[in-house]
Design a protein around this ligand. Structure first.
Ligand code: PMT
Length: 223
């Protein structure tokens, strides 16, 4: 079907930040709004894909035709992603916290005169690397993002190699770019074939272009 070339394909998209609890009222988070990931989920659904959107806390409405799973922490996001498998393609646009607080306090941490609390951190699971490394049921196409504030292409290439995914969408998230939370994004698409510098454009346009590339990828794949 020319209009819905992804009909019959199942795709997983992650979006938004994660919230890593400190105590019942506080958490560690980041500035991701979820806009880029939601736009990708919407663009894939428009092309006919069955889309599961695993979303950290955002203020966004669910895109039309997308199944949304809400999660808070990185550990929850990993579990929801694993539950969504198998899929044909997985696109990891979420800004997953690298660290969580090692032990979440059961009660609100009290302010004590003259004493500052200290937080000890533990490493979160790497969802992208975990899914990329699956020997059984690995998606045919695994796309990661790289959020960088310097040496965007070099750092993106290093992530492509280290995480074992197929493509990396590298974006500059430095101060003043507005990439986190804004409506536009300037991305580089890194594949094993090379680097493409896409123009700065709306996140919706980035999503449509990425969805078109994913469509081209699956035109040659008989799975
Ligand atoms: O949400 P918006 O406001 O629209 O902003 C969009 C965005 C900047 C968040 C998005 O375009 C983006 O770059 N997302 C990835 C953010 C990120 O955490 O990048 P990273 O370089 O730290 O991580 C690299 C990749 O590994 C990402 O695909 C990430 O989802 C994944 N990851 C990271 C850590 C972890 N524990 N598990 C992961 O799966």
């Amino acid at each position: 079907n020319a209009e819905k070339p992804l009909r019959g394909r199942k795709m997983l998209v992650t979006a938004g930040p994660t919230h890593e609890p400190i105590d019942p009222v506080r958490y560690i988070a980041n500035r991701s709004s979820g806009k880029q990931g939601y736009a990708i989920a919407a663009a894939l659904a428009d092309l006919g894909a069955e889309v599961v959107l695993v979303s950290g806390p955002t203020r966004l409405d669910s895109p039309r035709g997308v199944t949304r799973q809400n999660v808070e922490s990185a550990n929850d996001m990993l579990a929801a992603c694993e539950a969504a498998l198998p899929v044909d393609a997985a696109i990891f646009a979420a800004a997953v916290a690298d660290w969580r607080v090692a032990s979440e306090a059961d009660q609100k941490i009290k302010k004590k005169e003259g004493r500052l609390p200290s937080l000890s951190l533990a490493e979160n699971p790497d969802i992208l690397a975990t899914v990329s490394a699956l020997t059984q049921g690995r998606p045919a196409l695994v796309v990661g993002f790289a959020a960088e504030t310097e040496a965007i292409i070099e750092n993106g290439k290093a992530k492509l190699a280290r995480k074992g995914c197929d493509w990396i969408v590298a974006n500059d998230v430095g101060t003043g770019t507005g990439t986190f939370g804004g409506d536009e994004n300037h991305v580089f698409l890194l594949t094993r074939e090379g680097v493409e510098d896409w123009p700065k454009q709306s996140k919706d346009a980035v999503a449509r272009d990425l969805a078109a590339r994913i469509t081209t990828f699956f035109q040659g794949v008989d799975v």
